[in-house]
Structure formats: structure tokens, C-alpha cells
Design a protein around this ligand. Structure first.
Ligand SMILES: Nc1ncnc2c1ncn2[C@@H]1O[C@H](COP(=O)(O)OP(=O)(O)OP(=O)(O)O)[C@@H](O)[C@H]1O
Ligand SMILES: [Mg+2]
Length: 325
């Protein structure tokens, strides 16, 4: 597997259009005027694959360090004959599964590749897909998962149970000690680099599939993300809302804590969205009537009813919760 490089224009590459293929980086000057990045290729069993780009995202996990340790432990290889596990992150919507998966993957100092699973994901989408190039030839595009396997990166299959068993089945040999996948379209077998790691997040809503036992047993251990405690939730809010003042953060924190105690499904993501909208709303109505506290709570109530429901807005009027006017 000898990586080769081709220059791609950021805009035209979305249509799969390579401007110039070369193994020399001196081509850059000829192609300037727009943004370019290098698209790598690799040849496996005589078939040239175009690799994906890794993801670099501003996602930072705050608190609950134990969860990061659990993922790192699952990925550890104890010695010859051992192989890494493929943790499955579960928990209520918006509790931080995707953020945690990305954060843990970054700790390995390897490139991170997201794959967003959907109901339309086909088995070949997970491995290699053919596209027609400018010259009418077939080009093989390695998925983000196949690229992570080749480069020794970390693949995060996000919202994994939005795709069906049929698609998961094509990854079965990758997730046990065989550590390879077969591309039917390209007619090749891709072996995972020893540094390759995999994890998935699973969602808990109506538009997901129940996966069979042979898939579940390969996606272990299961790591459950629960609501954070008060102190951690405060840290998460301030990390995500560095522009919000303490008063708003405290109101939203109280709202979330009261809601968790009442077994509501509202998560920190809802709290962040409520604060974001309320801040924008307050900014639009700087000269509004009434006391500052009153105006803030009214903006938060409005945000809660628009983002969640009237029941959520009701928490911002509860006596004794610190959220009453
Ligand atoms: N521990 C945390 N540290 C930092 N940010 C967090 C944490 N938990 C949640 N968040 C924030 O909450 C929001 C939702 O997080 P994320 O998208 O990771 O949740 P999720 O569980 O993957 O949601 P879904 O079920 O919809 O896929 C993000 O804005 C994220 O920054
Ligand atoms: Mg997610």
C-alpha cells in the first residue's frame, strides 16, 4: 500500500473532480488562486483507492473523565494475540455521545474519521463506492471507515443504529479478530492497520433499528452516558456558552437540574439551545420593559417553550427553584 497524492480543488472535489494528479508537491503553484488540499490515493491489490479527509472539529468533552477512561481501556491492546474492542456509546438524545466519541478518539493522537449512519446507508457506502471521473473512468472512493483502517486512524460510526443490519453485516469481520473488510464493488480486501480503532454511538428514538445479537456482541463494551452532576453540568454550559453571563448560566443550570430530578428527557443540549436563543432574544430587545431578572426569565421561558414545550417553560416559573419571577 503506497500512498500517492493528487491535488484536488476544495470546490470541484465535491463533485469528485481532480484537477491534476501528481506525486509531486511542486504542482501547488500551478493550481493556486483557490484553496486546495491533497487527496491521497493508495493501491491495494492493483486497485487505486481515493482516501477521505479526517475530521477536525471544535468538540471538547467536559467532566465525567471516567467515561473517557472506559473508552481508552476498550481500545487498549495488551500484547500479541489481543485486539481492541469496539465500544458502543449509548444514552439519551443530546447527552454528549458524539462529543465524547470524538474527544476520546482525539486522545489517541491519530486522525479521526466520522461516518454518519442513516437509514439509506448501503453496505458499500461503509467501505468503497465507485464514482465516474471526468474521463469517464471509474474511480474508487474509500469511505471514512476504510480510510481510517488504511491510515491507522479512529473511525466513529455516529448514530450507528440508524442503519440496518444489512449494512452492519459488511463490517462484521472488521469488528472481530479478522480485522478486515471486503469491497464487493472494487473486488478487494482491506486489512486494518494495527493502530485502527472503532467506536459507535447509538441513538434512542423511534427512527432506529434493533440490531441483532451478532452485531451487538461485536460492539462491546456498552458505555452508558448519564446526565452529569450539577458541578459538571455547570462546566459543560460555560464551555459551550463562553459568551453568556453567570446569571443566565445559573438559571439554565437550575432548570436542567430540576428537570433531571423530575425524570424529564431534557438534556444539556436543550439547555444550551435555550440559553443561545434567550441571549439572542434579549439582545434584540435591549430596551425592553421590566427588571433585568424578569426580562431574562421571560426570554428563557419563551426559548424553552419554542425549543421544547410548554411544560419545560413551566420550570422557569417554579417557586423555590430559583427560577420564579
Ligand atoms: N460532557 C460534555 N462536554 C462538552 N459538551 C457537552 C457535553 N455533553 C453534552 N455537550 C454538548 O451538548 C450538545 C449535544 O452533544 P452531542 O451532540 O454530543 O450529544 P449526542 O448524545 O450525540 O446527541 P444525539 O443523541 O442527538 O446524537 C453539544 O453541543 C455538546 O457540546
Ligand atoms: Mg450524536
Amino acid at each position: 500500500m503506497q500512498p500517492r497524492k493528487a491535488w484536488f480543488c476544495k470546490r470541484s472535489c465535491r463533485k469528485g473532480k481532480a484537477l491534476k494528479e501528481t506525486s509531486s508537491s511542486s504542482r501547488h503553484e500551478e493550481l493556486t488562486g483557490r484553496d486546495f488540499f491533497i487527496m491521497e490515493t493508495v493501491t491495494i491489490d492493483g486497485v487505486q483507492l481515493n482516501l477521505s479527509q479526517p475530521d477536525e472539529l471544535p468538540m471538547h468533552w467536559v467532566g465525567q473523565d471516567e467515561l473517557v477512561t472506559q473508552i481508552m481501556a476498550a481500545w487498549l491492546v495488551m500484547g500479541a494475540g489481543d485486539f481492541p474492542l469496539n465500544p458502543r456509546l449509548i444514552g439519551k438524545p443530546g447527552v454528549g455521545k458524539t462529543t465524547l466519541a470524538y474527544h476520546a478518539a482525539r486522545q489517541l493522537n491519530q486522525p479521526v474519521y466520522f461516518f454518519q449512519a442513516t437509514i439509506d446507508t448501503r453496505p458499500e457506502d461503509l467501505i468503497v463506492t465507485p464514482v465516474i471521473s471526468d474521463q469517464g473512468k471509474i474511480k474508487y472512493m474509500a469511505s471514512s471507515i476504510a480510510t481510517a483502517m488504511i491510515k491507522g486512524g479512529v473511525a466513529v460510526i455516529d448514530e450507528g443504529n440508524r442503519m440496518s443490519e444489512k449494512s452492519w453485516a459488511s463490517l462484521a469481520p472488521l469488528m472481530d479478530n479478522r480485522r478486515y473488510v471486503e469491497s464487493i464493488v472494487a473486488g478487494i480486501k482491506i486489512k486494518a492497520h494495527p493502530a485502527f480503532r472503532l467506536c459507535t454511538t447509538m441513538n434512542d428514538d423511534a427512527s432506529t433499528f434493533d440490531l441483532p445479537e451478532y452485531i451487538h456482541s461485536r460492539l462491546q463494551p456498552q458505555i452508558f452516558i448519564d446526565f452529569p452532576d450539577r458541578e459538571e453540568e455547570r462546566l459543560i454550559l460555560s464551555a459551550n456558552l463562553p459568551f453568556a453571563d453567570d446569571q443566565i448560566l445559573d438559571y439554565v443550570l437550575n432548570f436542567l437540574q430540576v428537570a433531571h430530578e423530575a425524570q424529564e428527557r431534557y438534556t444539556v443540549r436543550d439547555g444550551i439551545n435555550i440559553a443561545r436563543y434567550a441571549l439572542k432574544r434579549l439582545n434584540m430587545a435591549k430596551e425592553g420593559k421590566g427588571k433585568a431578572k424578569e426580562r431574562i426569565i421571560l426570554a428563557l421561558k419563551e426559548a424553552a417553550s419554542m425549543i421544547l414545550d410548554e411544560g419545560a417553560a413551566g420550570y422557569f416559573a417554579m417557586k423555590g427553584s430559583g427560577l420564579d419571577i
